[in-house]
Design a protein around this ligand. Structure first.
Ligand SMILES: Cc1ncc(COP(=O)(O)O)c(C=O)c1O
Length: 468
C-alpha cells in the first residue's frame, strides 16, 4: 500500500452533500462534510455516507476499460452474491467455517491435478492474498531447503541467491529484499525480453536457492522456456552436482497454459519444478485478492514453516504471511471451478486469446507500430512505435486513448533495454471483439492527429516504472 503521512488540508472550499441524499432533512447537507484529516465529531446517516463516498468514487477509471490490469473486473452476479455472503467469514477460522476450509482444499486439489502433480495426494498447497504472497511463501521454502542442504552456510557468512530474469514482477525483488536473498537478475538482451536457459544455468552456484521461471512475463505476455531452463539445470547438475529447483511464477499463465497449451510441459511434468503459484484474481477469473501456491510434494515444503490451526477437533496445517482474510475470494474461486469445468475454462481463455491475437494483428496493420508480442501466449501483447515514427511516442498514444476512457499503460523496459518504451494491452474475460473493434477505431482516429505533432510530448519520469 502507498505509505501516507498526514498532510495539511489544502481544500479551501466548503464541502456540502447533496441535500436530497442526506436523509430526512435536506438542510443537513449544508453541514455534512467528509472527514479528510480527522474524525468528525458527529455521525452521518448511513444512506448519506454511502452516497457521498459513492459519488467521490465516480472519479475512478472504469474498470472494464482498464486494459492495464491483469486482475478480474467482471464476475457473474451469482458469484458476486456468494462473495457478499462470505465476506464475514474469516478464512483462518477453519474450525468455525469448516465448509469454506473444505472448498479451499478442493481448489488446491483441482490445481494440483491441473498442473500434473505426480501424486496429487502428496502435493500440498494453500490460498494466499495473491501471487505476491504466494511468491514469498515459495521463496521461503526454497531458502529453507537451501539452508538445510548447507547447514554451515550461515556461520560462514554465505548469502543465498535467487536466479531470475530482469523481467520478473516486483514481488520477487520484494522477496529478495525482505528475506535477504541476493537477486541475480539476468538482463534483457537485444530482442530477448525474458530469461533464457543458458543464462539461467550460468548464474547458478551452490548458494542458488532456486530459479524463478515466469509464465508469462508481465512486460510482454511471453512465456519463459521453462522446459529448456529445466534441461539446462539438469545439465548443470550432471556437470557439477549442484541441484537447483525451479519455482514457476504462473501468476497469469498457470491458468492459461493448462487450457490452451496442453502439450506445453511447463508444470510438475518437469521433475525440477518444485512449486507453482498463480493469481486466482487474474485468469483464475475471481475479483481480487486471491492467489494459490502448490508444492509438487510434501518434501518440497519444509515442515518447520507450517503452523497448525484447529479444525474439526483436530489440526489443519497452514502457511501464510497474514492471518485473517475473508472467505469470499476462495469461495468464488471454487464457484468458477464448479461453474466452468475444464471445457468452460477452455472457452473463456480461448475467447481472450482470439481477441488478443486479432487485435494485435490489426494494430500492426495500422502501420506506425512494431509488435513485440502478438497475444499468442498470454492473451497480452506489447508494442512500440515503428522506427520511422518521430512525431509521437507511446506515452502520447496512452494519454490520448485515456481521453476516450481506455487505460492502456505505456512504460519503459528494465536494465539494458531502458531505451525501449511500450504499450501493453491485457485482454481479459469480458473484453470482447466488439470492444476491441471500438478501441481500434479510436486508435485509428487518433493517428492522423498524433502524426501532426512536431514531436513527442514530455514522457513521464523514467523513475516511474510500471509494476503490474
Ligand atoms: C508474473 C507475475 N507475478 C506476480 C505478480 C503479482 O501478483 P499479485 O498481484 O497477485 O500479487 C504479477 C502481477 O501482475 C505477475 O504478472
Amino acid at each position: 500500500m502507498p505509505l501516507h503521512s498526514a498532510t495539511a488540508h489544502h481544500h479551501s472550499h466548503r464541502h456540502r452533500a447533496n441535500p436530497l441524499a442526506v436523509g430526512d432533512d435536506p438542510a443537513a447537507g449544508a453541514t455534512l462534510a467528509p472527514p479528510v484529516q480527522r474524525l468528525a465529531d458527529r455521525p452521518v446517516p448511513a444512506d448519506a455516507a454511502y452516497q457521498l463516498i459513492h459519488d467521490e468514487l465516480l472519479l475512478d477509471g472504469n474498470a472494464r476499460l482498464n486494459l492495464a490490469t491483469f486482475v478480474t473486473t467482471w464476475m457473474e452476479p451469482q458469484a458476486a452474491r456468494l462473495m457478499a455472503e462470505c465476506a464475514e467469514k474469516n478464512m483462518i477460522d477453519k474450525d468455525e467455517y469448516p465448509q469454506t476450509a473444505a472448498l479451499e482444499a478442493r481448489c488446491v486439489s483441482i490445481l494440483s491435478h491441473l498442473w500434473h502433480a505426480p501424486d496429487p495426494s502428496d502435493s500440498i498447497g494453500c490460498s494466499t492474498t495473491g501471487s505476491s504472497e504466494a511468491g514469498m511463501l515459495g521463496g521461503m521454502a526454497l531458502k529453507r531447503r537451501w539452508a538445510a542442504r548447507n547447514p554451515d552456510a550461515w556461520r560462514s557468512g554465505r548469502r543465498p541467491n535467487l536466479v531470475m530474469g530482469a523481467n520478473v514482477q516486483v514481488c520477487w525483488e520484494k522477496f529478495c529484499n525482505y528475506w535477504e536473498v541476493e537477486p541475480r537478475l539476468v538482463p534483457m538482451e537485444g530482442d530477448r525480453f525474458h530469461l533464457d536457459a543458458e543464462s539461467a544455468a550460468a548464474r547458478c552456484d551452490e548458494d542458488t536457492i532456486g530459479v524463478v521461471a515466469v509464465l508469462g512475463s508481465t512486460f510482454d505476455g511471453s512465456y519463459e522456456p521453462v522446459a529448456e531452463i529445466a534441461a539446462a539445470l539438469d545439465g548443470l547438475q550432471e556437470r557439477t552436482g549442484i541441484d537447483v529447483p525451479i519455482h514457476v511464477d504462473g501468476a497469469s499463465g498457470a491458468m492459461i497454459a493448462p487450457f490452451l497449451d496442453p502439450d506445453l510441459a511447463w508444470d510438475f511434468r518437469l521433475p525440477r519444478v518444485a512449486s507453482i503459484n498463480t493469481s486466482g484474481h487474474k485468469y483464475g477469473l475471481v475479483y481480487p485478492g486471491v492467489g494459490w501456491i502448490v508444492w509438487r510434494s510434501k518434501e518440497a515444503l519444509p515442515a518447520e514453516l507450517v503452523f497448525s490451526v484447529n479444525y474439526l477437533g483436530g489440526d489443519m496445517p497452514t502457511f501464510s504471511l497474514n492471518f485473517s482474510r475473508p472467505g469470499s475470494e476462495v469461495v468464488a474461486q471454487y464457484y468458477l471451478f464448479l461453474r466452468l469445468g475444464f471445457e468452460g475454462f477452455v472457452a473463456v481463455q480461448r475467447a481472450c486469446r482470439e481477441v488478443a491475437v486479432e487485435l494485435a494483428g490489426r494494430i500492426e496493420q495500422l502501420g506506425p507500430f512494431r509488435m513485440l508480442t502478438r497475444g499468442d501466449e498470454l492473451p497480452v501483447f506489447a508494442f512500440t512505435t515503428a522506427e520511422d515514427v518521430s512525431a509521437f511516442d507511446v506515452y502520447d498514444v496512452s494519454r490520448r486513448l485515456r481521453e476516450r476512457g481506455w487505460q492502456v499503460p505505456a512504460y519503459s523496459f528494465p536494465e539494458k533495454r531502458e531505451d525501449l518504451s511500450v504499450l501493453r494491452i491485457v485482454v481479459r474475460n469480458g473484453f470482447t471483439d466488439d470492444l476491441a473493434g471500438l478501441l481500434l477505431d479510436d486508435l485509428g482516429r487518433l493517428l492522423p492527429e498524433l502524426s501532426r505533432q512536431s514531436g513527442p510530448l514530455v514522457a513521464p519520469s523514467s523513475t516511474s516504472t510500471f509494476h503490474h
